[in-house]
Each structure stands twice: as C-alpha cells, then as structure tokens.
Design a protein around this ligand. Structure first.
Ligand code: 5GP
Ligand code: MG
Length: 181
C-alpha cells in the first residue's frame, strides 16, 4: 500500500514538502502583481494538482481568483513538426482581465506559446505564465514563464499531476523513473 507498482522504481526529485513551500512562494509572487479580476487558466491535464494547490495558496494571500481550464494536446516532436490542438477551450470572459496561465512543464514551449497567443487574441489585459517546472535545455520556441517553480533537469518526470501513459498522476511528489542501465 502506498508504494508504486513494483515494476518501476521512482526516485524523488522534488518532495511534497519542497513543492508546497515553492507553491506558497509562487503565490506570493503572483499576489504582488496586483492583478485585476485575475483569471487562472490551468492547462489540462498535467497541471490540475499544481493549479489546485496554487489557487489555495493564492487564497491564503487574500486573492479571489476565478479558475478555468484549457485542454491542449500537442502532437509531433522535433524542430519541424509539432502542432497544438484545443480539446476544450476557456469558457470564462477574458476581455480586459489579467490572466495567469498555469502549466506543469515548460518544455519545447509550444504549448505555452499557443496558450499565451490565444488568450491575448481573446482580449486579455495581460497574460502571464506560471509553470511548475522549466526544462530550459529543451526550448524550441522563444517563450518564458513569469513565475517558475523549479528549473528542472532534462529528465522525464512523473507525479503531482504528471503522467506517463496515464500512470503516476496521484503521486504527492515529483519523481523520475529509474532504469536499471
Ligand atoms: P511543450 O509544448 O512545452 O513541449 O510541452 C509541454 C508539455 O509536455 C507539458 O505541459 C507536459 O504536459 C508535457 N511534458 C513535457 N515534459 C514532460 C515530462 O517530463 N513529464 C511529463 N509527464 N510530461 C511532460
Ligand atoms: Mg501539459
């Protein structure tokens, strides 16, 4: 009980406590921006746990953010391919609002760039991005996050909402799957 399946050993990269402290710090940073009618847009699926913790941390900072979701799928990899498709769009009114996109990982940057451009095109007053992990080494698009949890090594991570083949989202920590070689 409480252990991952025996087939995989998962080494902790960021513990639940480390994540929690960092989420509080991110919330303080966001609160300091004095956002007008803040709208948090969480990018599904990977950011759902991060977003849930972040909005409660924002509440502790005295904010009353609205939360909505955009479900994006990114297809294709490499320097030439790669398109982002909207599986579910934001329903909230966006015009004139200060939007904060929340995503799990900033990797190639395609997903975040797409989301930023889309929300700006829909009339947001400002669009900021808050990502839990930044894999700087993998960037293909020129896009940055305004708030970053951790600069992450170039490893495939799971846990805290993030999956591999739909597994491990439930882990309270962020880890890497250990291989035997
Ligand atoms: P980008 O468009 O920046 O290349 O893609 C970012 C998305 O790819 C992340 O939001 C996340 O969903 C997924 N991703 C990138 N790296 C990892 C990883 O190490 N683990 C998991 N589970 N997803 C990842
Ligand atoms: Mg994602």
């Amino acid at each position: 009980m409480g252990e991952p399946p025996a087939s995989d050993r998962i080494a902790t990269l960021y513990s639940a406590e480390t994540i929690s402290d960092r989420v509080d710090a991110l919330a303080r940073g966001i609160a300091a921006c004095d956002l007008r009618e803040p709208l948090i847009v969480a990018v599904l699926k990977g950011s759902f746990i991060f977003a849930a913790d972040l909005i409660r941390a924002l509440h502790r900072q005295g904010l009353e953010p609205e939360i909505d979701f955009i479900f994006l799928a990114s297809y294709g990899t490499g320097t030439t391919g790669g398109t982002v498709e909207i599986l579910r769009d934001v329903e909230s009114a966006i015009e004139g609002r200060d939007v904060v996109i929340v995503d799990d990982i900033l990797d190639s940057g395609r997903t975040l760039l797409f989301a930023k451009e889309r929300l700006a095109a829909r009339g947001a007053r400002s669009v900021r991005a808050c990502v839990l992990l930044d894999k700087k080494a993998r960037r293909l698009e020129s896009v940055t996050a305004d708030f970053t949890g951790f600069e992450c090594p170039n490893r495939f991570v799971v846990g805290y909402g993030m999956d591999i083949a739909n597994r491990y989202r439930e882990l309270p920590f962020i880890g890497v799957i250990e291989t035997d070689d």
